[in-house]
Each structure stands twice: as structure tokens, then as C-alpha cells.
Design a binder for this molecule. Structure first.
Ligand SMILES: [Zn+2]
Length: 325
């Protein structure tokens, strides 16, 4: 009898375990529950909202919620700007949208193809939105970097990114500047790459004077420089300053009502990397020595410094070597 009971309990556990796990996953995703970062849409202008990711490394604990996304409600439907870093986050963003409008999803504009901005794309596509991005995104989409990043993310970000997570190309690749009009609302898409990436786009809303700056602007954290062209990036920041923006929504960190002032961390950091690493590279001083002798006190208290700075400096050193040739 005893054995039969334990067998029964075991079978029940085996049958119930997947159900329990599914339930746990669903309840975890509810806003404000322990362990999962909350997502709360903030309004920055009439019909214009954004959600703000954390200044952290992506992990399964935070569902890869480390970047921002925006949405704009128009009479013809909702335009989303960036798709967040996992399908689950995209579903949660749609839940935020549904709190303020029942209108259909019309378009998702991608500011650039980095994992934390695009792993949610499939959810918006399934919900009926078309994907608009710069055609230079093809470079990333067809790269080993993208494939290896997704393979690694399927481990590191499991279960939020798994074998069902896909990279989707744009339905509408754009080449030059383009004005989209959705329900009478203008969206000016302006290519500003290759800066942070080859396919950088910023989105300017002339009617509400909101600028979605993508990852050209990082606030409250050290930027991710990667394979960026920092010279062009600094130039592009000057271009952004020409927009009479009332609000700027960066790719990372809080929205700003003082774009000029709040772009300065990104700009000063890039300028400083180029100056220090450029000098070292020109004098043929090995990277390790340049890095050790550089005064980082201006930036080393900024979140993500310990994770990002060394690689940013190294990539910039290599870039300055190439530029010096
Ligand atoms: Zn990025």
C-alpha cells in the first residue's frame, strides 16, 4: 500500500510538474511579483509612452529587461519603437499597451539590431505589426555574431529566450531618411549609422517633439561600445542636438527633458575613450599599459563600468590603431 501511494504521488508530481512550472512562469511574469523587474509604461507626451529597462547585464532573472521601448497611439493603431530583449518582455509590453488602448498594433520600428532590442520582435509580428528597420541590419542578421549571440542567449536567458526565439528581418527595410505616416501621426526615421551600429535609426515625432534616440544615447550607465564607429557616433550626437526635442527617450536609462545636457555622458565618454586610447595607440604603447595608466575616476562610479569599460576601451584602442593607419 505504502509503495502504491508513493508511486501515485510520484506520478502525480510527474504529471503536475510541467503544469506547475507553466503556472510559476506565468505568475512570475505578473507585474510587481518578486524576482522579476516591474514594467510600467510612462507617458512622455500625449499618446507617447515608453518603458525603461534596468542598468544591468541581461539575465534569466531580469528576462533581459535591460533596454527601453516606446509606443505611440495613433487613430489607425499603435506604433512600437523597439521590441525589447525577449518574447516574454514583448508580451508584457503589449499588456502595458492594452491598459491604455485597444487599438491594433500597426508597426514596430527597430532602432538597431542588438539582441536586447529585437528578441521580442516575433511577438509583435504575430500580433499583426509590420517590422520597419534600416536595410543595413542585414549585415547583423546574416552574421556569425548574431547566430552565436542567439545560441548563447538561449542558455543564459532561458526560459525567456529559447529554441523558439527567432531573429526576424524587417518587412520594410529602409535606406535613406523616411517619413512614415500612421493615422495622421508623422514618424521621421533618420539613419544615423554607422555609429553605435551600422543600422542605427532615430525616430523623430515632429508633432509631439519627442525624439527616440536608440542606443546613440545611454543614460545612467556606461554605454556599450562594441564594434561602434565612435567618431561617427559623436558626429551623430551633434545631429541629434539639432532637433528641437521636448523629450528624448534614450535606448537605455530614463527619458530626458534636457537632451543637450543628458547626451553628455555618452558624448564625453566616447571622446575620452578616443583621446586616451588614441594617444596610446599612436605612441605604440601596449593596450594593457594604456588602460592601467588611464585615469577612469570620472566614469568608474557609473553603473556597468566594471562590466563594459575594459572591452569598450580595448575596442576603441583597436579602432584608433585602424584610424591611424
Ligand atoms: Zn545597442
Amino acid at each position: 500500500m505504502k509503495r502504491r501511494l508513493s508511486t501515485l504521488i510520484c506520478s502525480a508530481v510527474l504529471v503536475l510538474a510541467p503544469l506547475l512550472m507553466t503556472h510559476a512562469a506565468v505568475s512570475q511574469a505578473q507585474e510587481g511579483s518578486a524576482g522579476v523587474p516591474a514594467m510600467q509604461a510612462k507617458q512622455v507626451a500625449p499618446n507617447v509612452y515608453y518603458v525603461e529597462g534596468l542598468s544591468e547585464l541581461g539575465s534569466s532573472a531580469n528576462q533581459n529587461f535591460i533596454s527601453n521601448a516606446g509606443f505611440v497611439i495613433t487613430p489607425a493603431g499603435v506604433v512600437v519603437i523597439d521590441a525589447l530583449g525577449s518574447p516574454e518582455l514583448a508580451r508584457r509590453l503589449i499588456a502595458q499597451i492594452r491598459k491604455v488602448t485597444p487599438k491594433p498594433l500597426n508597426t514596430v520600428i527597430v532602432t538597431h539590431y542588438h539582441a536586447d532590442h529585437v528578441y521580442g520582435l516575433q511577438v509583435f509580428k504575430e500580433a499583426g505589426a509590420r517590422i520597419v528597420a534600416h536595410e543595413a541590419s542585414g549585415e547583423y542578421l546574416n552574421s556569425d555574431t548574431a547566430r552565436l549571440r542567439l545560441d548563447a542567449s538561449r542558455q543564459e536567458l532561458f526560459p525567456w529566450v529559447d529554441e523558439n526565439t527567432k531573429l526576424l528581418p524587417p518587412d520594410e527595410p529602409i535606406k535613406g531618411a523616411k517619413k512614415l505616416v500612421v493615422g495622421g501621426v508623422d514618424f521621421e526615421l533618420i539613419p544615423v549609422g554607422p555609429s553605435h551600429t551600422p543600422d542605427d535609426l532615430v525616430v523623430w515625432l515632429p508633432q509631439s517633439k519627442v525624439l527616440f534616440a536608440g542606443d546613440l544615447v545611454f543614460r545612467n550607465r556606461i554605454p556599450f561600445v562594441g564594434q561602434a564607429d565612435s567618431r561617427q557616433w559623436i558626429e551623430s550626437l551633434n545631429t541629434l542636438l539639432k532637433f528641437p526635442a521636448k523629450v528624448m527617450v534614450p535606448g537605455h536609462g530614463p527619458a530626458s527633458t534636457k537632451p543637450n545636457q543628458d547626451m553628455s555622458l555618452t558624448r564625453d565618454y566616447l571622446v575620452y575613450l578616443r583621446q586616451t586610447m588614441g594617444k596610446g595607440a599612436a605612441e605604440l604603447v601596449p593596450f594593457e599599459e594604456v588602460y592601467k595608466n588611464t585615469d577612469w575616476s570620472r566614469f568608474n562610479k557609473v553603473p556597468m563600468f566594471q562590466y563594459a569599460n575594459r572591452m569598450n576601451a580595448y575596442n576603441t584602442y583597436l579602432l584608433m590603431e585602424r584610424e591611424g593607419q
